[in-house]
Design a binder for this molecule. Structure first.
Ligand code: MTE
Length: 313
């Protein structure tokens, strides 16, 4: 597919900003070799291989580069070292991957990711992404709305939550093969309330920058919930289960004092060990302020209007 004009504009603005940043870094004499390499590698944009409807980028968000998005990852199944995920994930095989939809639904189903793509079609969504640790980025995801799949599964009325389970396979994931020495309990689990799952912003992503997801970003299919901290966006999904009770998500299970179920981006509720008022966008030197619901307040605030967001963090 051809690059459109919008791409050109984004790219040249970025190149300009990156050069400025490069000189700023130089002046401060903190140019490490890796920082120079990072800045020089930035303009690589992959050739799109997916068919999808392009986003208009109506908020004129400045995209992070493909290199940035695919080289700095949280994916505990591989390693806790953010730059170490990519090399470790290279051999993961995702061909023929299926996901199972089950629980309180009229139409349980096991379906391949390829068939999901055929069934629902793909569109691009340019979203802000904010990790609970304080880094952020803007990603051009490619995927489809989760609500389409939910409508076809036809949940029973007792289904109040959607539980997502990531793949468990110690042959693929080195940290899972460490048994009781593993960093966290596997499989990785996340959950959404039904209205959150049905929100049109909630995406099942299968690609970014027009190309199928890199393994390190959660191939072949992951969740993207842009108004919540990044840990809600579970990678390499194996199962989507409709349930009555609120699922115990991985980070709440690991550390309930620090991580909750909702995990809505909120600059007014600090993490017990650090402030959430600001964030550092990958590739940027200065921090910027964090927005309520990560900038998606208009679209999502009504879902939480009667909730104490300090208690339900
Ligand atoms: N999904 C799985 N299966 N395992 C993980 O360790 N980490 C989460 C989330 N999804 C994680 C996961 C966290 S903490 C973040 S911030 C995002 O993935 C990171 O996504 P990215 O590497 O594509 O930026």
């Amino acid at each position: 597919m051809m690059k459109n004009l919008m791409d050109e504009k984004i790219t040249s603005k970025k190149l300009f900003d990156d050069r400025r940043k490069f000189f700023k870094l130089g002046a401060a004499t903190i140019v490490a070799n890796s920082a120079v390499m990072e800045l020089m590698a930035k303009e690589y944009i992959p050739v799109p291989s997916l068919h999808y409807k392009k986003a208009t980028n109506k908020n004129s968000l400045e995209l992070n580069t493909f290199e940035q998005i695919t080289s700095y990852n949280n994916f505990y199944e591989f390693t806790t070292n953010k730059k170490g995920v990519k090399p470790l994930a290279q051999n993961m095989q995702t061909k023929g991957w299926t996901i199972t939809i089950d629980g309180l639904v009229d139409h349980p189903l096991t379906i391949s990711v390829d068939d999901l793509i055929k069934k629902y079609g793909l569109e691009e969504r340019i979203y802000r992404f904010r990790c609970v640790e304080g880094w952020a980025m803007v990603v051009p995801w490619v995927g489809f709305e989760l609500q389409k799949l939910i409508a076809d599964a036809s949940p029973k009325k007792e289904a109040k939550y959607v539980k997502f389970t990531a793949k468990y396979d110690p042959k693929i994931f080195p940290d899972q093969s460490r048994g009781i020495l593993a960093t966290i309990d596997y499989p990785y689990v996340e959950g959404l309330r039904m209205d959150e799952a049905m929100n049109p912003l909630t995406l099942l992503a299968v690609g970014l920058y027009g190309k199928s997801l890199e393994n390190q970003n959660g191939a072949p299919i992951r969740l993207v919930v842009p108004w919540k901290y990044g840990f809600k966006s579970i990678k390499s999904i194996d199962r989507i289960t409709f349930v009555k009770e609120q699922p115990l998500n991985t980070w709440q299970k690991e550390n309930p004092d620090e991580y909750g179920f909702y995990a809505n981006v909120n600059p007014h509720v600090d993490h017990p060990r650090w402030s959430q008022k600001k964030e550092r966008v990958l590739g940027h030197f200065f921090k910027q302020r964090t927005h309520m619901f990560n900038g998606y307040e208009k679209e999502v605030a009504s879902m939480y209007k009667n909730m104490d967001l300090k208690k339900n963090f």
